[in-house]
Design a protein. Structure first.
Length: 481
């Protein structure tokens, strides 16, 4: 048994621990102070008081003595009317009880194996590199281990035959992510990270909208051979909180446990009241965050860093990356998009303003500055040029000491770099395909009914067919009469 803040120093820590203390005794655990080591184990003083640490315990569950000890420990703790916040005094009383009955055999784990010092006191045993096997309540810096970013991909239970597999658990077997472009020929990728409140308030409604459109869940797609696959790149704590019907929508869930060089507090939640970002106070933006996210720059940086990392690891040979607030207008939007822009070029994306269309693609000005939108991107993950571009985009963003809250300037710099080296081909997605206007300015391209294929930062009402809107107006008039 290990407390969550007991950190092993070695991958084979179980083998090392059992090699030192074996499994013959009833239990092995660590004394709470050095003076305990000086008191013989056949002296009751060895057990009196808050004597041993329960943060690391080797338990012989085949021993009747171990079972009796644990039941006594359980009974003493649960019977205490003071409702204690520490369990170790109850453990010590149980050990003393078993000692007095002559029914306890145990080993004391050495102080240089379990290193409980975390106060920077200068102890020679306060780091893994100093010989510790375990560190308790330790600063990250003491571990001296560079943990690379891990990506584990799993198919949810509903997307596989009878296999039971927890899609949020990074250790889920047989679904290990093999690298970019390995999880199928064609699919859509979402990146969801940061605030768990945002994942529930913004992302979940988007998936509900897609399901209402008629896009089936993963199991149904598998049975019916329906269209492309869907992937979600997210964090474990967000994945566990998502409703089962949302997880069932995805064929592949990719869990990134950490990002290189990035730190994040995943317990971030609401701060004060929550309001949607919108121009029209009565019209919420589908897939958009709230003002609490907008004001939290470290969180915004983390979310963009996660997005950049997700794109670098695009799971399908042709990966269509969409921001959560990019809403498709048609069930067959993938086929329509690929039909228009193909998979022959390295990538396709939407210019951020009209003047970019007027600048030829063989001029560097077409790419300079915050020129293109990363809210909808078709990525050819089989192309070395695409991978080189995404790596450059990743490096520029991650190495920026200002910790930017926008990723698109880094993308523009990466495109300029690739252009200068003559190493990429791309298509510009038309302005009447990806409709980025969400201000109600009267643009002819601001609704699905006006010919848009995608709406970016769109009010929910704009996604409702015109006929249905008219029907609602007529019903309102009737009610008024």
């Amino acid at each position: 048994f290990m407390d969550v803040d007991t950190i092993p120093c070695h991958a084979d820590f179980v083998k090392r621990l059992l090699g030192k203390y074996g499994t013959e005794v009833d239990m092995s655990l660590h004394p709470k102070s050095e003076r305990r080591y000086a008191i013989p184990k056949d002296d009751p003083e060895h057990y009196i008081g808050n004597s041993h640490n329960s943060a690391l315990v080797v338990l012989n569950m085949a021993s009747a003595n171990t079972e009796e000890l644990l039941r006594k420990y359980h009974y003493i703790f649960f019977s205490d009317e003071k409702r204690p916040t520490k369990d170790q005094p109850s453990l010590a009383k149980a050990m003393l009880y078993m000692f007095e009955k002559g029914k306890l055999s145990h080993n004391d784990i050495a102080d240089d194996v379990f290193c409980k010092d975390w106060k920077d006191s200068g102890s020679q045993y306060n780091s893994c590199s100093a010989g510790c096997e375990f560190l308790h309540k330790v600063d990250d810096s003491r571990l001296k281990v560079e943990s690379p970013s891990k990506a584990i991909a799993q198919s949810p239970p509903t997307a596989t035959t009878n296999e039971k597999c927890d899609p949020c658990n990074p250790s889920c077997s047989s679904r290990t992510f093999k690298g970019p472009g390995t999880m199928g020929d064609l699919g859509v990728l979402y990146s969801v990270s940061g605030s768990m409140d945002w994942s529930m308030d913004a992302f979940v409604p988007v998936i509900a909208h897609l399901q209402q459109m008629g896009i089936p869940n993963a199991a149904e797609r598998l049975t019916e051979g329906f269209g492309p696959r869907w992937a979600l790149a997210t964090e474990p704590q967000i994945c566990y909180r998502l409703p089962e019907e949302v997880k069932a929508f995805f064929d592949v869930i990719v869990i990134f446990e950490n990002l290189p060089g990035e730190r994040h507090n995943p317990t971030y939640g609401r701060q004060g009241g929550r309001r949607r970002l919108r121009y029209n106070p009565g019209a919420p933006i589908l897939g958009e965050g709230g003002l609490d996210e907008l004001k939290n720059e470290p969180l915004r940086h983390w979310a963009k860093a996660f997005k950049v990392h997700s794109m670098l690891n695009g799971p399908f040979k042709t990966t269509i990356f969409m921001d959560v607030d990019t809403i498709p207008c048609h069930v067959d939007f993938v086929q329509r998009l690929i039909g228009m822009y193909g998979t022959d070029v390295d990538f396709s994306m939407h210019p951020k303003n009209d003047k970019i269309y007027e600048i030829p693609k063989d001029q560097i000005a077409h790419y300079e500055g915050n020129s293109h939108n990363s809210a909808l991107v078709i990525l050819n993950m089989e192309s070395p040029n695409t991978k080189a571009l995404l790596q450059k985009y990743h490096d520029i963003f991650y190495n920026d000491p200002k910790r930017p809250i926008k990723d698109q300037p880094s993308l523009g710099d990466a495109m300029v770099y690739m252009f200068q080296h003559g190493r990429f081909t791309h298509n510009d997605i038309a302005d009447n395909i990806f409709c980025k206007d969400w201000k109600g300015s009267g643009s002819q391209y601001n609704s699905c009914n006006a010919g848009c294929h995608f709406m970016h930062k769109v009010e929910q009402a704009r996604l409702t067919p015109v006929k249905e809107q008219e029907k609602k107006k007529q019903e309102e008039k009737k009610k008024q009469k």
